[in-house]
Write a protein that binds this ligand. Structure first.
Ligand code: NA7
Length: 503
């Protein structure tokens, strides 16, 4: 028996494996260390950490959550240079967090977990590098927007120019003076268009659905502000709370229930459209036929001005096919292009897949989620003992900081690990009943949300219902602050022992 296995059998130590070294994986590593749980490893399929902020490096990339709030609460970032940080600044922050908290030596880069099977009361893991490992607790921190979606357009392989997805940017392709097409007008497409409009000789924006846009100007922090943040750490913590309060009291209530916040943001979007786009014909083209906030709100002060440049066209006809030299529209018109960018989003339901994840009794995650991803309280799945997720199904994502979400979920997972250690429990998984109850309560809350007011978005599942948290982020933090043992059942040798209620 190995030392690790010995440690578990003695009930002294729990070994944790985390999958993914993006923001939430780093957060989990920090939470484990802070709790004195030292036996953990993060496996990361990429050759660098940072997740989304490693994969995305397109021109114009920034985060539309205020930078003072887009940090972990335990690690303010005085290095941010602007109100909405660029992707490069956030990637640098992720690197800094890994260094500052000594996380790097337990991150195994370039090793994708290909298989995780619950067997003999532990998770048996295999990686793409052939490593075999075991874990008492498995944490998925694999993100939710990381499998690029490229539409299956006829003729695409024959395109003679450069074509790539926004999250797989080809930096060898010249952009200045090029004829560029951008497919998609979500948050990504809008940022790319705003950045490339002034650089391209011609830019065609292929818009399938118009978007509401909130004009948020991005200003740089002065040298004095940055100096103060560097030398007065309390300022970083204060700013975090301030922006968190502002964001959570404005954007979060606006999407989950009718009220002044929804009216205020809707009016701001409508006024931006009315006065931001002067040409009535262009305005007609970019006017959505659904309520503001129904899709994830796009924030940009630069989009409308760029759309009105003489070298920029908004194309609303459907794409018929891709031809070697450009894009043919359904009405027969043709756009000759050198570069075609797909800002067409991600498979938001992939989560841990394509990893083979098999829980108790040979139940695969694909079988468990045949009807769509369903989680218990956003963090666990029935039939998958000692398995937890960060930013998994139903988490409060959208226009919020997922760093904050990962933080409260990490704390919750640590609470369970402590219980496993202290009570000598072999393994726990949520009951099907508690999971059903949680999912039913979400379904009851959906009618009040703006997501069901008539639009298509990645927030909606195959059944047309939203799949994300329909309440405020505070309520999620509250939920994550306590463990409810009654909702869990014990798996493994000590299954007959009842879980003790919280003391
Ligand atoms: P989104 O928000 O999913 O946007 C994808 C865009 O691509 C959206 O405008 C789609 O139009 C469009 N799209 C998707 N498929 C097609 C096809 N087949 N033809 C034409 N247009 C298409 O992805 P983003 O990358 O912008 O943002 C993802 C998240 O990253 C964002 O929410 C933030 O959290 C950060 P549609 O509106 O579906 O008609």
């Amino acid at each position: 028996m190995s030392d690790r296995q010995q440690g578990r059998a003695d009930g002294r130590k729990v070994r944790v494996v985390v999958i993914g070294a993006g923001a939430s994986g780093l957060c989990m590593g920090h939470a484990l260390d802070a709790a004195g749980i030292r036996d953990w490893t993060i496996y990361e399929k990429g050759h660098d950490l940072g997740g989304t902020w490693r994969d995305n490096c397109y021109p114009g990339l920034s985060c539309d959550v205020p930078s003072r709030f887009y940090t972990f609460s335990f690690a303010p970032n005085p290095a941010y240079r602007s109100m909405y940080a660029s992707g490069a600044q956030i990637k640098a922050y992720m690197d800094d967090v890994a260094d500052r908290f000594g996380l790097r030596d337990r991150i195994r880069l370039g090793e994708e977990v290909t298989s995780a099977r619950w067997s003999d009361g532990r998770w048996q893991l295999r990686t793409s590098a052939g490593t075999e490992d075991v874990a008492d607790v498995l944490v998925s921190a694999t993100g939710f927007l990381h499998h690029p979606h490229i539409p299956d357009l006829p003729g695409l392989p024959d395109f003679e120019g450069a074509a790539f997805h926004s999250a797989r940017w080809d930096h060898s392709v010249p952009l200045d003076g090029a004829r560029i097409g951008v497919v998609g007008t979500g948050s990504t497409g809008v940022q790319i268009v705003s950045a490339l409009g002034p650089r391209a000789s011609r830019l065609v924006v292929f818009q399938r659905t118009a978007q509401w846009v909130l004009p948020l100007p991005n200003f740089r922090f002065s040298r004095l502000t940055r100096w103060l943040h560097r030398h007065v750490p309390a300022l970083g913590r204060r700013s975090y709370r301030l922006w968190q309060g502002m964001w959570e009291h404005l954007f979060a209530p606006a999407v989950v229930r009718p009220g002044w916040q929804r009216s205020f943001l809707s009016t701001a979007c409508r006024l931006n459209l009315r006065f931001g786009v002067r040409d009535p014909e262009l305005r007609r083209k970019v006017t959505p036929d659904y309520q503001p906030l129904c899709k994830r709100l796009v924030m940009s002060a630069g989009f409308y001005p760029v759309l009105q440049r003489p070298n920029v066209d908004v194309e609303t006809e459907a794409i018929e096919r891709i031809e070697p030299r450009g894009v043919r529209m359904r009405d027969g018109r043709f756009h000759e292009l050198d570069v075609l960018v797909f800002a067409t989003g991600f498979d938001a339901r992939a989560f841990m897949r394509p990893m083979e994840l098999v829980g108790e009794g040979g139940l695969s995650i694909d079988e468990a989620w045949a009807g769509g991803p369903r989680a218990y309280n956003t963090v666990a799945v029935p039939g998958f003992p000692n398995f937890f997720m960060l930013c998994g199904p139903h988490s409060p994502i959208g226009n919020q900081s997922i760093l904050s979400v990962a933080e409260s979920q990490s704390a919750y997972i640590v609470s369970w690990i402590r219980r496993l250690e202290e009570q000598g429990l072999p393994a726990v998984a949520p009951t099907a009943q508690a999971t059903r109850r949680f999912n039913e309560s979400m379904r009851e809350a959906y009618p009040g949300t703006v997501w069901v007011t008539g639009c298509r978005s990645w927030y909606l599942g195959a059944d047309g219902l939203p799949e994300l948290w329909p309440w405020t982020p505070e309520r999620h933090r509250e939920l994550m602050s306590t463990v409810t043992p009654e909702d869990f059942e014990v798996h493994g040798p000590a299954a007959e022992e009842a879980l003790t209620p919280p003391g």
